[in-house]
Design a protein around this ligand. Sequence first.
Ligand SMILES: C[S@@+](CC[C@H](N)C(=O)[O-])C[C@H]1O[C@@H](n2cnc3c(N)ncnc32)[C@H](O)[C@@H]1O
Length: 261
Amino acid sequence: MKIDIIEEGKPIVLYCRGKKWLLKVEDREFHTHFGVVNLGDLIGKPYGCYVETSSGERIYVLKPLLVDFIEKLPRKTQIIYPKDLGLILVYADISSGSRVVEAGTGSGALTSLLAMHVKPNGVVYSYEKRREFLEIAKRNLANMGLDKYVRLCERDVVEEGFDVKDVDTVILDLDRPWDMVSHVYEVLKPSRPFIVFVPTFNQLEKMWKAISEHGGFIDFKVFEQILREIKVEVGATRPYTRGIMFTGYVIFCRKVLNHQD
Ligand SMILES: C[S@@+](CC[C@H](N)C(=O)[O-])C[C@H]1O[C@@H](n2cnc3c(N)ncnc32)[C@H](O)[C@@H]1O
């Protein structure tokens, strides 16, 4: 069994009694209400081990999963949450080597998931009109080690469209996706998925109208993903009463050709 060893400068998750912290390993003390840990002492230990805090509590040291990064992502925009990311990924039908277009980048949560799945041979072309958000996404992707699979581009895609062709999937999470239908049709390979995330019914209806009027897409479906985390307690197991109740709708359709070949 190959065991990963904790190195200086690498990210870790500390876990204690349901609480998690995403940190970088460096030679400093980290204070929690469970006591103090010296992060430098972790260097050379295997991921998955535990250390005792100054108060004698066990803190486990984990190698971050992508979902740990996404949950703790520094952000200035709303992100797509894990519950919707999973559904998007299945319908996006991407794998290593895929070429995917995404807009807007926002904080890069969706971008990171796409990059994780197109690597090492594919690329995510991610477009964002606001430079300050691109900078945040760039840092987030670098922290996750996924930046090399993403080409970030500062561009208003409603105004200018995309600068790539023949991509496998297009995914939009921006204000006016109904203004993007022709741009998407131009760059997407026939038969491939076009996915849109919208937070309201009004946007959903506008999107449906734009897709119907365009005529170049079929198999239109819309999903709302309802996910409940369960609190397990002997004799009292039930869903948590708090959590993220609503995020938005995932729209799916596929490009078709309007001529016979
Ligand atoms: C909700 S955020 C996207 C969040 C992202 N999906 C994530 O998971 O982190 C929407 C982003 O779309 C960008 N945006 C809106 N209209 C745009 C346009 N016309 N061209 C490029 N980006 C746009 C906004 O600046 C914003 O950063």
